[in-house]
Structure formats: C-alpha cells, structure tokens
Ligand binder design. Structure first.
Ligand SMILES: Cc1ncc(COP(=O)(O)O)c(C=O)c1O
Ligand SMILES: N[C@@H](CCOP(=O)(O)O)C(=O)O
Length: 471
C-alpha cells in the first residue's frame, strides 16, 4: 500500500514512512493511494470474531509489508490488552433501532485510546528496527493529549510535547495529562484556542529545518495510522448488527473529523454504511458545510463539549480530496484560499452523493444537557456531553426520516466521568472516575505555560527534546 498527499506535491510513502512522517511535506495529509476493496464474504468471515482478530484483518492491507504478521499481532494484543472491557468497543442497545458503541474503555477513558494505544506499539516496533528517535508534537482539545501521553510515556525513542488551550479543557482532562510522571513527556498550556494549537503544530511541520532537526512526528489524526485504527470499530459494530447483509448508519460527534472519516474509509472498503450522521456543538462549521456545501469560519466559542470546540476540522481535507477527484493541486489552492478568505464552497460535481451520505445536526449547550437528561431518564445510562450530541443527532436523523429504519450506532466517545460537571448539571448525578484514576484530583500537576507564539513554542521544544541539540 502506498500513501499520497492530499495536496499532490509530496513523495509517495509506504505505511512505515507515513506513520513517522505525519503531515506531508506539501502541507497535505496522507491517504491511501487506493482503498482496499473487500467482498461481502471477507466481511462475513469476521463476524463474531474477537476485536483483535478483526483489527489484524482490517489493518493488514493498509500496513502491507511494513510490518511482519507476528509483529502486527503482538502490537494489537498489547494495545487492546490495556482495555477494561474484553470486547474493546462493546455495543449497548438504546431502543429498537439505536445502539451506543462504548469507545471509552481504554486507559484514558476516550475513543482516542483505540488508535493511540496501537500507535504507541507501532512506533516502538519501527523505531527500534530503524534505531531512530522522534519528537512528537501534538495539539489537543482535551482527549488526544492524554491518550497520546499515556501511549508514549517512558518510551526511550520518543519525546512528546502536547499543546492544549489554557483553561479550555475539563479539569479531569487537564489532570490526566499533567499528572503523568515520565521524563519524556511535556505539557504546554497555550494562551489560545485548540485551532491555534493545531495551527502551530502544522506550522512546525511546514518548517522543514525544524521538523528535520527534531525528527518530528504526529499523534493527531494528521497521522494516517490514527484513522486506520479507528476503521476497525466501524467494522465490528456493523458486523454485530448484521452487515454485510444489512446496512447500518453511524452517528458520530465530530470536531476534527477524524473519527467520522474512519467511517467513510470503512464504507470505501465496501462496508454497507447507509449514512454517516455528524453531530456538532455550537462550533458547527461541519454541520453548516454538510447542510449547504459551503464553509465560513467563525470564532470558536467554549461549550460543554470542549473536545469539539474546533473550527478548522483537519480531516475534512481528506474527504475534500475525493470531492476534488483527487486533484491535489486544485485542493491545495482551495485550502490556501480558505485560510485567506475564511470561506470555502465545495465543487458541485460529486456534492449530491456527499450530501446524501452525510447528515449533520447541531446542538447547543441547552440541547446537549436535555439530550443527556433524556437518555438517562429513558435508559438509566449516563452519557458524556460529546456522546450525547452523537446520540441526539441519530435521533434527529430518525425523526426527520433521513436516518430511515436502518439500525444506527451512535459512538460514545468519552466516559461520563471525564465531564462530571456537565453530567451532574444534566442528571443530578456526579459520575465517579474508575479505580485507576480515583486519586487523580489529588495528584501533583506538571506543565508549562506559553503564549500563542510559534517561535516561543519551537524554542521550548528545541530546548527540551533530546534531539534538539544533537543534529
Ligand atoms: C470525546 C470526544 N468526542 C468527539 C470528538 C471529535 O472527534 P473528531 O475530532 O475525530 O471528529 C473528540 C475529539 O476529537 C473527543 O475527544
Ligand atoms: N478533540 C481532539 C482534537 C484533536 O483531534 P485529533 O483527532 O486530530 O487528534 C482532542 O481531544 O484533542
């Protein structure tokens, strides 16, 4: 399998190189040159198999000869051995045609663990074989950060720096990052938004001297391996509800568009997904896009679902690449124009199919609390504000007839205890953290604060990475 950049000007890479490279050198994102095509029989063979076995089968074609089968199997076993639920991503039935997929049984209680636990293992294998070290610089609105730090902590070949928007993540999210004791991890609170943090990470990648000096790599969904690992639970979920002999819908709370893009990739491989239902909070650029074909950037506003307080959804570029008939140069120009003018219109060709596949709904904070209250009243389940947005979007799609009678899986992306204030406000119940995090609020924090200034952040990384001085 070869990977190409969405901007069409960077070298083609194999999986191992794409894993280590992060953002392509032309500023684009790596995508598979072609989607692996699976027959119904291939999917059928995996029905009822353990998560690890499905993960091996689904990821193999994307990894190709970059890893030996035994290495991949070992990495998968180690990654999912850290989960507290044997099924890794269990389904819970909500009503006659709606299921919740719990993606929060990993070490940091969010769906990010599913991909990042595997990414940590893959890094280890390829870095050991190459005898190389990397510096990871990542941006987080709360969940990627802790999952990435947990996956990379104490790994000898990695120094990791995570930028988060100061004061804009929940206390639990921040403490999950800042209380990890390991010499190779660095938390930086930036005086700005998540978009500012993500822009700085991309700017560092777009500075060839800097990226080469520190051998920079990415844990955000910039990294194709993140998206690849997330395809697996779309397959296990759909198979559990009767695919490939029955189509399913997925409802996904969305911010950086990585999670739902993994659903798009599963469908491109042949999994029968009827609709991908996108849920946004008040930062609804994605919902506006899918409802109109146009995007207009506005200022990001804090919400009860802080992990989705995002205006520039990184992975949308991977979808737009297909909408632009994979013409990277044209897309690159459109992305540059979007950055300059703050607006973007999708090409008319292909838009009808995209608009048919993606349905999108927005919930403000009041509606999010109402959704959390409603699901608790109806089922006794506590859901976090992000998951509630996905669930409510699924119900909206059904009411408006757009979701039809097709069974729908709403992705529960975080454990309710990550957002105890919002859950308590909605239901009157304060969810407790699982035992391994029970003393989180009394652990010692360690972080640095920096202004929203690229030069200062680069200086900080250079001063603290073990690669900054040696090259
Ligand atoms: C809990 C939670 N839900 C949903 C999202 C949105 O996912 P994505 O950015 O992949 O669209 C995030 C952040 O990524 C998250 O942390
Ligand atoms: N919501 C994310 C934002 C970063 O998204 P990613 O999927 O690109 O890592 C977070 O929790 O940090």
């Amino acid at each position: 399998m070869r990977y190409i950049s969405t901007r069409g000007q960077a070298p083609k890479l194999n999986f191992e190189a794409a894993l280590l490279t992060g953002l392509a050198r032309d500023g684009g994102l790596y995508v598979p040159e072609t989607w692996p095509q699976w027959s119904a029989g291939q999917f059928r063979k995996l029905a009822g198999k353990p998560y690890e076995q499905v993960a091996a089968a689904v990821t193999k074609p994307f990894i190709g000869s970059s890893l030996k089968t035994a290495q991949l199997d070992k990495a998968i076993a180690a990654a999912y051995g850290t989960f507290r639920h044997q099924a890794v991503a269990p389904l819970v039935q909500v009503d006659e045609s709606l299921w919740l997929m719990e993606l929060f049984h990993g070490p940091t209680l969010a769906f990010k663990d599913v991909a990042l636990q595997l990414l940590g293992q893959l890094y280890d294998i390829v870095l050991k074989e190459r005898g190389e070290r990397i510096t990871v610089v990542g941006a987080t609105s709360g969940d990627t950060g802790s999952a990435a730090l947990e996956a990379c902590k104490n790994r000898q070949s990695i120094d990791i720096f995570i930028l988060h928007p100061k004061g804009r993540v929940s206390d639990v999210q921040r403490r999950q990052m800042t209380t990890i004791e390991a010499d190779n991890i660095h938390n930086i609170a930036i005086d700005g938004s998540f978009d500012d943090c993500q822009d700085m990470v991309k700017a560092m990648f777009n500075d060839p001297k800097f990226r080469d000096r520190v051998n920079m790599s990415a844990v955000n969904s910039i990294n194709w391996a993140r998206v690849m690992a997330q395809i697996v639970y779309y397959v296990t979920g759909a198979l559990a509800l009767g695919a490939p002999d029955r189509a399913v819908n997925f409802a996904v709370p969305s911010g950086n568009f990585g999670n739902v893009f993994a659903g798009y990739a599963a469908r491109a491989m042949g999994l029968p997904i009827d609709q991908l239902i996108v849920g946004s909070n008040r930062n609804d650029i994605l919902t506006r896009f899918f409802n109109s074909g146009a995007m207009k950037m506005s200022k990001v506003a804090p919400s009860l679902s802080p992990s989705m307080d995002i205006q520039v959804s990184s992975n949308l570029e991977r979808l737009l690449f297909d909408l632009f008939d994979r013409q990277g140069k044209k897309l690159g120009q459109a992305m540059t124009d979007f950055r300059e003018t703050g607006s973007f219109a999708a090409p008319k060709r292909g838009w009808a199919a995209t608009a048919k596949l993606f349905k999108a709904y927005k919930l403000d904070d009041r509606e999010t609390l109402a959704a959390m209250r409603d699901v608790h009243k109806r089922t006794g389940m506590l859901v976090d504000p992000h998951s509630a947005i996905g669930l409510a979007a699924a119900l909206e799609a059904r009411i408006s007839g757009k979701g039809s009678a097709t069974p729908t899986i709403a992705l529960a992306t975080a454990h309710p205890a990550k957002f105890p204030d919002a859950v308590e406000k909605a239901t009157g119940i304060r969810p407790a953290l699982p035992a391994h995090l029970a003393d989180l609020l009394s652990r010692k924090e360690r972080l640095s604060e920096l202004p929203n200034d690229l030069g200062k952040v680069q200086d900080y990384v250079l001063a603290h990475t073990r690669l900054g001085h040696n090259r």
